[in-house]
Design a protein around this ligand. Sequence first.
Ligand code: SF4
Ligand code: SF4
Length: 458
Amino acid sequence: MSDAENSPPTEPTERRAQPGESSFDSAFEPVSVFGDESTMDLRPGADNCYKCSVCDTTCPVAAVDDDFPGPKFQGPEQWRLKRKEGSEIDDSIMSCSNCMRCDDACPSSVPLSQMHNTARGEYVDEQMDTLSIEYLRNRILANYRTSAWIASKVPRIANFAMNFGPGRWLMEKAMGVTNEREFPAFATQTFRAWWGERGGADASRQNAREARERRGDPVDAEKKVAYFHGCYSNYNTPEVAKALVRVFESFGYEIVAPEQRCSGTPMFANGMLADAERAAEVNVSSFSDLVEQGYDAVASCTSCSMAIKQEYPELFDIDGIDDVAANTFEALEYLRIQEDLEAEIAEASVDEQSFAYHAPCHARNQGLDRQALELFRGLDGVAVEDVGDSCSGISGTYGWKAEKYETSMKIGEDMFEHMHDAAGDVGMTECPTCAMQMEHGTGYEIKHPLQLLEEALC
Ligand code: SF4
Ligand code: SF4
């Protein structure tokens, strides 16, 4: 590599027109549009777009909302428009649900969601009234972990208050949080409280050693994972987090549950990039130390693994971020890579049951949309039916906004219909907010694949 390539990027300097150059040439200087271009240069991405419009045809919001201009506009076109002096980000960027399906669809690898995230962040920072109800509502929704932490101190009272009719009516009128959905219940004991009571990493080390002995694996084998449980498994569905712990330990993995914040997923979707960066700094710092010690990071939520693997390195410059991103896996993905999971499943059996499985958009983006179907095909007593490739429509906080509720339900119609057509009347998915939408649209109980794996193997 030449010295020039090793040198840090230098600031562009103004210069006069040279003989043979037009004044237009001399006037042209790279413009930093969405922040520091030395770390986030979106121009090559914009230039890669050849306007095929494939992304527009896969956008679930554009399919049901005639006012939404679609990913091509929100990405490369808006980027170019913004280069014109005085122009602003179009407010329709707030109608993008950040499902990231367009990323997957683009044949030219245009970094659409990176463009959307940066544009949304710029819109919120520079154009949104931070005293408005909409901003306040979005900030509260984006920082779900804060509300959940408070609610977890008094879960029974919180569960009553959050679904108290007149309070919900007021919340919709005053804050724009839809009254149509039931708030998910807070657990009476968080995952972290259970984990601590159980003995934390020491107990896990012991359980893992015993499992390795039972399995005939070398007792000193280095099987270590750092669990990113995220907010929802901690505060609302600790049964999913516990299933992960039991399943991984049964394969001989020692688990640690390091300090962590929200993955940032709801913050990206609401353009709260400063909040997301603060959370990412804590997460990367916690997990990079462990990655250096030989741990891999596993997440039970596909949006959390997506955020760490893709959105963090695309949007932030934090020490250790690339190593953490490269060593983060979704839980089932990890076990399928490291273990002969199919063989273990083939020898197991459970009580007869049928599931209607929905692959979350963020699982699709990581190439994980078939994993539960392929895995459980071999499990005696179980039928898992794919309900198609549509988006569930809720996209985290999106479907909780009163003005987006109808759009969210229209997007989900396909999935609801296919769930009703499927033989099973229990749903299955890896994403907690898709689970909320599945339950809301069909009334079905929803399980995480880890819970079925626990039933089969533990
Ligand atoms: S992220 Fe989803 S909603 Fe947003 S533009 Fe892309 S496909 Fe549409
Ligand atoms: S799919 Fe990619 S190349 Fe085609 S219009 Fe969209 S961004 Fe451009």
